[in-house]
Design a protein around this ligand. Structure first.
Ligand code: ZN
Length: 109
């Protein structure tokens, strides 16, 4: 259940797009959920764009925490299609404080 009244965390970054060969805009979404637990290609998620923000929520995490969704600034209207990108948001995922709780996740220095 979404807890809309709670102020979510700050913006996580910017939604990125690419253009396919026919010139249509494709939104690139993080391939991993915000908590770093799930690969969104394998797990259910919901992406909503409204008020200039894209919210990509992992349905598996939604029951655990109110802060389960990515907040990405959407600089363009909703794209026709979306793809998951492992590389693009890798830095973002790695810098999430939550992922620090999961040892062995990501690279070690
Ligand atoms: Zn998740």
């Amino acid at each position: 259940m979404d807890r809309q009244l709670l102020e979510p965390s700050q913006m996580d970054g910017k939604l990125t797009y690419r253009f396919d060969t026919t010139g249509r805009r494709v939104a690139l979404l993080p391939a991993r959920c915000k908590l770093g637990r799930h690969t969104l290609g394998h797990s259910q998620f919901r992406a909503v764009v409204r008020d200039g923000e894209a919210h990509i929520s992992c349905l598996a995490c939604a029951t655990d925490t109110a802060d389960h969704f990515w907040r990405l600034a959407a600089t363009a209207p909703a794209a026709d299609r979306a793809e998951l990108s492992e590389e693009l948001y890798f830095e973002l995922v790695r810098h999430q404080p939550q992922t620090a709780l999961t040892s062995g996740n990501g690279r070690r220095a």
